[in-house]
Write a protein that binds this ligand. Structure first.
Ligand code: CP
Length: 310
């Protein structure tokens, strides 16, 4: 049986193109499962998973919980807002207390980049990164690539532009790693102030003109402006940002080709993308959400296969 090269999913940087391929082939099977009248398999009946969210989430948290339940795992949920973290408990103490209740896998979202690497060194459970600050969001990148593969038949040679707040986006970094590993060409597009200087070293093109970026690409992945992470002003106003980088239907109609439009959510309608585009035939935003469950089932299933159940 083929196996992942890693024991934890800490980031896309740590996994190989063969790992991504294995996750996608496994997710293909699980996508069939979640579209059957009985959407559940008994595969992980003896596994307990803790979802630990130290930051807000709608999609990722619900998607992981559904994925775990579709695999028949036992699931416990933890939210920092209502926990003893507020009383000064450390991350390792919090997680060790949960593990003492015989938890096999921890899915964690944490504001600190690298928190998952730290945890994987200190506790004896499989760790899945559900987003670490501005660093990585590996399952989002996997479901994004899976959705492009589904729509366009593969990633090799495809041109993908990631538009917006690249500087504060964990989705952008994980997508760059994932797309490059699968042979796609990647461009980032946004205001100079929101594109980190190191980005070209990752082998991506940089473009500041959205119309030129759209002419170049097969896929546009529109990101949200992360005002909650911006300690200073990076552009004069939201209105000005939208005029320069907001995607509208007339812009798509003026292209001499069809492009695919993506968004990881949450969407700020009327800021980075109009409702007309988000709800159009170009958009695969809801496919991304559906595929998220199948891809997360695949990740959990493959990591659970590495748990020593002896
Ligand atoms: N795409 C994403 O991570 O959304 P949430 O923050 O709602 O989980």
């Amino acid at each position: 049986m083929r196996d992942l090269s890693v024991d934890h999913l800490l980031g896309i940087k740590q996994i190989t193109a063969a790992d991504i391929q294995l996750i996608f082939e496994t997710a293909d099977s699980f996508k069939q499962v979640i579209n059957r009248p009985i959407k559940k398999v008994p595969t992980l009946r003896d596994i307990t998973i803790a979802n630990m969210f130290f930051e807000n989430s709608t999609r990722t948290r619900l998607s992981f919980e559904l994925a775990e339940k579709r695999l028949s795992a036992d699931v416990v949920n933890f939210s920092a807002a209502s926990s003893s973290v507020k009383k000064g408990e450390t991350l390792v103490d919090t997680v060790n207390n949960i593990l003492a209740m015989k938890v096999d896998m921890v899915v964690m979202r944490h504001p600190n980049p690298g928190a998952h690497v730290f945890l994987a060194k200190h506790i004896d459970a499989k760790i899945v990164n559900a987003g670490d600050g501005t660093h990585e969001h590996p399952t989002q990148a996997l479901l994004d690539s899976f959705s492009i593969r589904e729509r366009l038949g593969g990633l090799e040679g495809k041109k993908v532009v990631i538009v917006g707040d690249i500087k504060h986006s964990r989705v952008a970094l994980s997508n760059i790693y994932a797309l490059k590993k699968q042979g796609a060409e990647v461009m980032v597009c946004g205001p100079t102030t929101l594109i980190p200087k190191y980005i070209a070293e990752l082998g991506v093109k940089v473009e500041h003109n959205l119309k030129k970026a759209l002419q170049w690409c097969d896929v546009a992945n529109m990101l949200r402006i992360q005002l909650e992470r911006q300690e200073i002003k990076y552009f004069p106003s939201i209105r000005e940002y939208t005029m320069q980088y907001g995607l509208t239907k007339p812009m798509l109609d003026n292209l001499d080709k069809e492009i695919v439009v993506m968004h990881p959510g949450p969407i700020n309608r009327g800021v980075e993308i109009t409702s007309e585009v988000a709800d159009s035939g170009h958009s695969i935003i809801l496919d991304q959400v559906e595929n998220g469950v199948a891809v997360r089932m695949a990740v959990i299933y493959l990591l659970a296969g590495k748990i020593n159940r002896g």
